[in-house]
Design a protein around this ligand. Sequence first.
Ligand code: ADP
Length: 389
Amino acid sequence: MKKIFVINSGSSSLKFQLISFPKEEVICKGIFERIGEESMDLTIKYKEKIKEVIDLSTHKEAIAYLLNKIVDMGIVSSLDEIKGVGHRVAHGGSAPKSQLIDDDVIEKINRLSIFAPSHNPVNLIGIKSFRDILADLPQVAVYDTSFHQTIKPEYYLYPLPYKYFTENKIRKYGFHGTSHKYITHILKEKEPKIKKIINCHLGNGASICAINNGKSVNTSMGFTPLAGLMMGTRTGDIDPAIVTYLMGLENATTEQIDNILYKKSGFLGVSGVSNDVRNVIEAADEGNERAEIAIKMFINRVAQTIATYIIDLEGIDAVIFTAGIGENSSKIRKMVCERLTVLGVEIDENKNNQNAEWIHSSKSRVNIGVIATNEELMIAKDVVALIND
Ligand code: ADP
């Protein structure tokens, strides 16, 4: 049996899972939160859920603590049982696949930090921390961008002067690739006849991907994960001139503008209630108009993107909803599908309310599915494939 660690480090958090192969079972999982403050919170689930406050403050200390903890708790009898680590890395540039980490890969992830300043540097800290503690352990970088390397230039180029593409590599990269790839694999196993898929990954971060025959054709995130749909706290696509106008209006630095676009906008910015769609729906149900508009704006974007991607795919076999909102909110799914009635989409209300795997009615011209995403498993599978090579 192989035990594989999956690490997803964010700016102030670090999520982890230990997964066993070949059974693909989660042995334990958890999250460190409030990293960077004086103490951090650890939640770890192994048989039961345990919460701790620990007097440590860095990602590296969190990883060292975690490795001791899993031995102390008897989750592994020794660290030798761990055969590899997979790191979710936001930006992999033009890498079409996951890579075994060596000095060159570290250097490349570092270079790409200019494109993903709030993700790549912190992903690197996770990688280096494991290297310091378990130098011989194979580590794999699994990039959010890789799955989208099949997108063609007419979709990935921006209508800017061409030199910004050739010299500065400004193009659409796309993100959430591991999730879109996972859904593609699941559907290939379960429903091999389904070839043209529009996968709606609707979480706090949200993106839609048009997939044909297992390959990404187009996706809604772009040069950065700010593009496309409206999200929990991110704008998604807006008129770019608003950005320069805001800079003048607020006399703001690029960091302050980034903060508005990434952290203060989306559901939170429009509704003034929350980034969490559950709270926004609750407020709308109680008559909060801004909350109601925020939901309608989100639905518009999702439905419009699906409609566009039907053209890009020259047809459609299935629309899939996944991630926090997609998997859990029958209300959002219903509202999106109602906007698609003109395309022959119809859902079965009962199936939708039960979060059933397929929620379309017998009359619907399009299959509509709900599939739970599992990025961690996809990452661990890539690790197993690469260390077995
Ligand atoms: P992340 O992008 O952080 O990985 P998730 O995929 O975990 O996000 O999605 C989290 C989001 O899912 C929450 O912020 C919330 O908006 C939404 N969500 C979860 N459950 C529901 C629900 N029952 N109804 C509506 N939204 C939900």
